[in-house]
Design a binder for this molecule. Sequence first.
Ligand code: ADP
Ligand code: ZN
Ligand code: ZN
Length: 806
Amino acid sequence: MFARVVIPIPSTKTFIYAIPPESAQFAALGKRVVVPFGAKRLTGWIVELPADASAIKNIKEIINMPDNAPLFSEEDLAFFEWIASYYLHPLGMVLAEALPSGINTISQNRIRLAADAVNGGKNLSRIQETLLELLAATPNGMSLPSLCRKAGEKVLHREILALEGMGLITSAEVAGRPGILAKQEKWLGIAHPPPANLKMTEKQATLLTLLKEKAEMPVSALEVRLRSSSFLGALAARGVIRLYKKEVFREYLHAEELPEDKGKIILNNDQSAALAEISKGLNSRQFSPYLLHGVTGSGKTEIYLRAMEEVLQSKGSALYLVPEIALTAQLIRRVQGHFPDEKIAVLHSGIPNNTRYDQWRKIKSGEIRLIVGARSAIFAPAGDLRLIVVDEEHDPSYKQDDRLHYNGRDLALYRGKKAGAVVLLGSATPGIQTYFYAQAGIYRYLSLPGRVNSRPLPRVEIVDMRNERDSGGRMPIFSRRLILALGETLSAKKQALIFLNRRGFHTYVFCQACGHVFKCPACDLALTYHASQDVLKCHHCDFTSKKQRTCPACGSERIHSQGAGTERVEEEIKRLFPAAAIARIDSDTASRKGASEKTLAAFAKGEIDILVGTQIITKGHDFPGITLVGVIAADSSLNVPDFRAAERTFQILSQVAGRGGRGDQPGIVVVQTFTPYHHSIMRAQKHDYPGFYNNELPTRRELNYPPYSRLIGLHFSSLNEDKGKKTVARIGTAARKLAQSFAAGKADIIGPAESPLHRLRGRYRWQMLVRGKEGGILRQLAQKLLDEVKGEGIEIRIDVDPVHFM
Ligand code: ADP
Ligand code: ZN
Ligand code: ZN
């Protein structure tokens, strides 16, 4: 018996292996195998059990099959194969990306002696006896390969199965070494009723009230609720509560985490109409794609939840995708609050591998039917998939820029089509392409034109920064208007959000004597000064250096810096409003685990007056206390060489503006810009999506950019600038020839040209676009090109349907 195996290597080849007769009955499509590969052992997956492969010589044998169950089905495989061909990526690498990572090397079938194993009077073979002896000597159990080694046998599947059948041993798949098998958590519970005369602090009293409802809870849940746990010791010392450790299953959520429950909301007319349409799609059991277009705060999330409810009631499963940074505890609590009795899987890159693996298996077995996650959750092995929600479908973070360049939104559409499911794309600012398809009737268009309870959208004021100068004639960070508005917000005891898409203190450090700019030695990029650590950092690679006092070029000490990052903005606000409570969230502060969550929680409770941050603060949050949103530099996303720059700018501005005025008080938004008359800024001011779309579309048509064409981006990089340049030029010529001959004029080539960041992490970079109407031809052309230029000492990355070119 033979197996066709795919291995995660950069090659499209598959490999035939022989299956040892003893293991034949366990072989199946989708099973993980360990195989000899050259001098190595690699993990692969069975994709076919060919009837006969005896013609092939020198077939090697599979070493091991570590799992009990296959990891994917034939249907899943078809999905993965499509991805491989669509994104021009080897199948093995697609599988490595799609299947829970980490399990390849560390998960194993761990075999242990059963706790109540009594070995009396049973008819055991000699080898079975040996196995029991070996296992008795290792209480933590052993993996199958090491058991084989110790027992000196090649395969033991049958013996293991027999012993398991007799109840003498247990085998379970585990991820990781036994040391990290069981997770322990600190819990607390009520021990004795407190004496009547016990003096308690407010927090202690709250705790005891909580414990009346629930006899025990994890300490972490308490920290979320009361923001401290230091007062527990005193209660424990008096014997009122018990503190202990408890073993927990690795799930992302614990029911004890006090889900947010908004009570039963009555949908308004627009919401009901939209949901009724979606229900039709769900009931049809046919692929039904929708665009749910609703301004921020119009109640889209509520509709997602109702649609999921319908699916779960009819025993189907649902996938809820959100951009990674919108995947906050707040959102998860909201989902859990809506489905208090439902197990929910949470999948994103921050989930530890073993938890991911545990959740994956529960999804595969059908135990979990509701999956919330970032883009990679699109690979979750949900059966009877009836609904895929893609919230903020326009968000660039659905696109992975690494390894496999997939777009979670596009995969959702393909997967939904294959599964006959509803795909619900939601956004306040849909991608131009998505809206275009909705206009064309390819997606059904659903609209929520207003905010719930007729709350007004915030008033947006544009400040022309060209008219702002401080007393010294310099460009200030804050306009007079924004300072005024901040002051008013503080005296009204309301909250403000200040958005800036650059972190650090100064974004530009230079010598005033000779003009030398402090640049990253590996990238074409000015270094950013981070005052908190007193260092210069490159925001593209990890390069960090101490701030120098003298210029390396001329020795002058007139080192000057300018350009404001979030750190500087925070400091400036502190200077202007010393009494205000100010916090900052950006990827510098977020690197401390849980730090952002804590800050956001404090902000939600009103303990912070002004929150400064990057993109992270713009998404998905629902803070009713915000009445002012300030945008420091609206043009920063506009001044990038990308045909989608205006689209991005409109989206970002609408998104930040949408954070304001969600409570009872209407909000205002102050946008500082140097290009106040750009259509992306003017239309965002009026919350006018159709207006923006109608401004933008003619340009796209004129320049033949999506949605009027399809694109494939090719990115080249080389350590050697001269060689790279020559090779890239040659590839460009070859591409033009192919466009004429092979594609018969149905494709044109833009570039190759130097990438906007020509030097990055020490590599020189160029880019080229293949453009045409039919994606299939473009892919074939790109594939042909790749086959021709193989091995020319240049690295090539392919980006089908690129989201940006930076
Ligand atoms: P979106 O996802 O479009 O930003 P949400 O679904 O988060 O909007 O709704 C915004 C706020 O309004 C939330 O606090 C939500 O609970 C509330 N909400 C949604 N629908 C209704 C409704 N029909 N009646 C009252 N409140 C609602
Ligand atoms: Zn100098
Ligand atoms: Zn760098």
